[in-house]
Design a protein. Structure first.
Length: 332
């Protein structure tokens, strides 16, 4: 019977266990790195983290902030470009945007991939307007008109390689990516001119109170006890269970996703078994349901037992979530 029990447990908990990936990958003990905007960035106040983006400045495209940062929550520390290995020269390298968690709360980081000449409009700049009024310095390889005003080709598109399009747009000159790549000098977002399409990535950031990630979740067994905790912290509900005998738990109602998220469901056998005649059946133990408090507010967790195809009792745990960081940003 024991092999059958083991297989049954595996089947139950492969379906039941939920894993929420909220951490990036730390390289060499440095700042955590994030590449996928679908993965939430969860850090503690004072920590740094890095967003890594594929980039090839020789195409004329680079990344910029799509909107201004909420600097009460995150601040931009630096932007670096790493060239590809020598054998991959001419292919994409990486831009590394490093931010610091300045204050508690939630924020978004929006990054856009746009032409580095985006400040030049599609039409010719008016005479005497080579600088100011939205016109910057001429990009290397683009000729000025006789009046001295900066002129952009009427149907210009960024070249897809270092030399492609050079003869068409720059006479005999070759369009060459700068050897010294300079990072943006401020955290202000640029503007994408009308008619320019941009790839946009949005990263969600949650800055928690220092120590929140390492604190052991408080455990609750009695639904008469109100669950009280701060936003950014976790708690666990412990329930008697025996999945091999058909007794298990499930959510009776959907969670208020604005306030709570389900982190994981685990089962731990407590030893022993039910005995029917000379045959051992079942493996009693405990299910641990762990939740995370997302924002301040009051809500509840309703869990119902199921024995085979029959529904059993329902337990409701009331939850009160306290905000953290008096006077600090906790913008939704």
């Amino acid at each position: 019977m024991k092999p059958r029990i083991a297989v049954s447990l595996s089947a139950v908990f492969l379906a039941a266990v939920l894993a929420l990936t909220t951490a990036g990958c730390k390289v060499g003990g440095g700042a955590a790195e994030y590449r996928d905007p679908s993965v939430p960035i969860v850090v503690e106040k004072g920590e740094e983290f890095t967003i890594v983006l594929e980039s090839n400045p020789s195409t004329g495209y680079r990344w910029q902030l799509g909107k201004e940062l909420d600097e009460k929550v995150v601040t931009l520390q630096k932007v670096e470009f790493e060239e590809p290995e020598a054998e991959r020269r001419g292919l994409a390298g990486e831009e590394r945007w490093t931010f610091k968690a300045a204050g508690l709360g939630h924020a978004e980081i929006v990054l856009e991939h746009v032409p580095s000449w985006e400040k030049f409009p599609v039409e010719e700049a008016p005479e005497g307007k080579a600088e100011g009024a939205g016109f910057g310095e001429e990009p290397k390889g683009v000729k000025s008109g006789e009046t001295g005003a900066a002129t952009a080709p009427k149907e210009w598109s960024a070249p897809t390689s270092v030399t492609e399009g050079a003869s068409e747009h720059a006479g005999s000159e070759e369009v060459v990516a700068p050897k010294e790549w300079s990072a943006p000098t401020s955290a202000k977002a640029g503007e994408v001119p009308e008619g320019i399409s941009a790839e946009t990535l949005t990263f969600s950031v949650w800055v928690k109170e220092k120590g929140a990630r390492d604190k052991e979740p408080k455990k609750y067994k009695d639904p008469a006890e109100i669950v009280k905790l701060k936003e950014g912290y976790r708690f666990s509900v412990i329930l008697e269970s025996d999945p091999t005998a058909g007794r298990r738990w499930e959510l009776a109602e959907p969670l208020d996703e604005g306030l709570l998220s389900l982190v994981s469901v685990t089962f731990e056998a407590k030893g022993g078994s039910h005995v029917e005649g000379e045959e051992e059946t079942g493996a009693p133990g405990e299910e641990t349901w762990t939740f995370e408090a997302l924002r301040p507010g009051e809500t509840s967790v309703a869990l119902k037992s199921r024995e085979g195809e029959k529904s059993g009792e329902t337990l409701v745990f009331k939850v009160e979530i306290e905000g953290v960081g008096s006077g600090e940003s906790s913008a939704h």
